[in-house]
Design a protein around this ligand. Structure first.
Ligand code: ATP
Ligand code: MG
Length: 523
């Protein structure tokens, strides 16, 4: 016997001495049918609803239909290698995804796997795993929405304010600027470095950061073209916004099953930051495509089709997702998760099934209109139809004091403008009000990717409602206002700082600022 053979025999002998027979109990089944990412499995008698299943090729599935003799499940990958007769094991667990600080700046798929070619997230020491589905925080652990989430869009922050922990729907036809609106909102969250903030937060009181606390953004792209998502990522990179953003992409080329899980994954990533006592913002772009993916899955699972062929539990699909948005109370960390779902309507039909469902789940909606978009008013927000049911409680005092007047003037303008269409002989008073309305509408226009700070918004509204732009041509108002504010920032920094520090527009400060602005406009 050669030396090597002896050595090998010795090794085998050693292994055999240590060998202990193990008994492993696992609940298994056999695939009986497979099509379009949906499998039917015989057996798995103890399978739970939404349980994670393991296939023989290493891919995973989720049990969605529990029938008397079989289980219907979705496969979370392309399922190229699965075939009838393959063994399926239940895991006793539900699907989990990686969450944590290392996700910031990353692009991941619906299961949290890296899509950007950078290092894998699974092996990172700071990564935790959260279940994709989680029961929403109970009412006892929550508090009312009371802190603003500034979008940087003057029409929203002034008239339809959004609070941290709120669910605000963005609804409109295709190509009306829905995505642009949420990207602007992400860009506006630029500020404090998240990792630095977390370090300092442990030392300070949570209340010190009432409005300054940074917001982590999670953008979930559902059923969009990869090229569109790539454009969004490059925009976010260009403006330095990827540092505090996570992108979850389940594109149109991904299976419907991935599109179905993506929003839950995005929410789990946001929840991690909420549990740290931070603020997160999750954007679902868009839930109409999510509903379509779920309808496709349900029909393949042979569930009965209901209205518009959607399954009966389609409402629950979105309600259990959006219920997870919350503002936690101080005992529970004081973090928040704000949800901005997007819904695409067909020819402005908000009374279709999915739009009405999501309208009733959310705390308000921002309605974008094609005609307004074409008329050149961008962002194309229909102020009359848009509401925010909880937001005004979350406006800073300075904005509250100028927005009241703005809302009133705009409402008067809208009424008079319709009435004025039919008459030629208008009183001077009516004409003045119409002109003022036109100027205010002009102030609400905003270029894409140019969010404005809340203080600049306050100053612009203050100037316009006090008639400072009365002599300026309507077309020049935007430029005049921008110039005015940049000079004001430079020349009268003390007054601006007072506004920033107190967040209030006291009578003396208001008078001072108006004087400053008149001075600048005169010169
Ligand atoms: P889709 O239905 O295809 O998802 P959408 O409703 O998300 O479209 P966007 O893609 O955001 O709309 O915008 C449509 C077009 O309008 C884009 O070309 C965008 O550049 C332009 N746009 C959006 N907002 C503005 C704005 N405030 N100013 C100028 N252009 C804008
Ligand atoms: Mg879009």
């Amino acid at each position: 016997m050669s030396h090597f053979t002896k050595q090998i025999l010795e090794e085998i002998r050693k292994d055999l001495v240590d060998w202990q027979p193990k008994v492993e109990v696992s609940n298994t089944g056999v695939i009986t049918e497979i099509k379009d990412g949906i499998v039917k499995i015989d057996g798995l008698s103890e399978c739970l609803m939404s349980e994670k299943l393991e296939f023989s090729d290493g891919s995973y599935g989720i049990a969605l239909n529990l029938e008397e003799r079989s289980v219907g499940a979705i496969v979370t990958s392309k399922a190229h290698n699965l075939k009838v007769g393959d063994i399926v094991k239940s895991t006793g667990d539900i699907i989990k995804v990686p969450v944590g600080l290392p996700l910031l700046g990353r692009v991941v798929n619906a299961l949290g796997a890296s899509l950007d070619g950078c290092e894998s997230l699974e092996n990172h020491s700071d990564i935790k795993h959260y279940p994709v589905e989680r029961i929403a925080p109970g009412v006892i652990t929550r508090t009312s929405v009371h802190r603003p989430l500034h979008t940087g869009i003057i029409a929203i922050d002034a008239l339809i304010p959004i609070g941290r922990g709120q669910r605000e729907l963005i609804i409109g036809d295709r190509q009306t600027g829905k995505t642009a609106l949420v990207i602007d909102t992400i860009l506006n969250q630029k500020g404090v470095d998240i990792a630095e903030f977390l370090k300092s937060k442990n030392k300070k009181n949570v209340d010190d950061h009432k409005t300054e606390q940074p917001v982590v953004c999670v953008y979930v792209a559902i059923g969009q073209k990869d090229s569109k998502v790539a454009k969004i990522i490059s925009t976010l990179e260009r403006y330095g916004a990827m540092k505090y953003t996570v992108i979850v992409n389940a594109s149109a080329s991904d299976p419907a099953t991935m599109q179905y899980i993506a929003p839950y994954t995005g929410t789990a990533i946001g929840e991690y930051f909420m549990h740290l006592g931070m603020d997160s913002l999750v954007i679902y772009d868009d839930l109409s495509k999510h509903a379509n993916a779920y309808r496709q899955i349900s029909l393949l699972l042979k569930r009965p089709a209901g209205r518009e062929a959607y399954p009966g539990d389609i409402f629950y699909l979105h309600s259990r997702l959006l219920e997870r948005a919350a503002q936690m109370n101080t005992e529970n960390g004081g973090g928040s998760l704000t949800a901005l779902p997007i819904i695409e309507t067909q020819l402005g039909d908000v009374s279709a099934y999915i739009p009405t469902n999501v309208i009733s789940i959310t705390d308000g909606q921002i309605y974008l209109d094609t005609d307004i978009f074409r008329s050149g008013m961008r962002p194309a927000i229909d102020i009359g139809l848009s509401v925010s049911r909880v937001g005004s409680a979350a406006q800073i005092s300075a904005m509250k004091s100028v927005a009241g007047r703005l809302r009133l003037d705009l409402a008067q303008f809208r009424e008079l403008a319709t009435f004025a269409q039919f008459s030629s002989d208008l009183s001077q008073n009516t004409l003045d009000k119409i002109n003022q309305g036109k100027r205010l509408t002009e102030i609400l226009k905003q270029k894409i990717y140019k969010p404005r700070s809340i203080y600049h918004q306050v100053l612009m509204i203050l100037a316009c409602t006090n008639g400072l732009f009365n002599k300026v041509k309507i077309d020049d108002i935007q430029n005049t206002a921008s110039d005015l504010i940049s000079v004001l920032d430079d020349k009268y920094a003390d007054n601006i700082n007072e506004l920033r520090k107190t967040n209030k527009l006291s009578k003396p400060l208001e008078a001072k600022l108006l004087d400053n602005m008149r001075d600048i406009l005169k010169s």
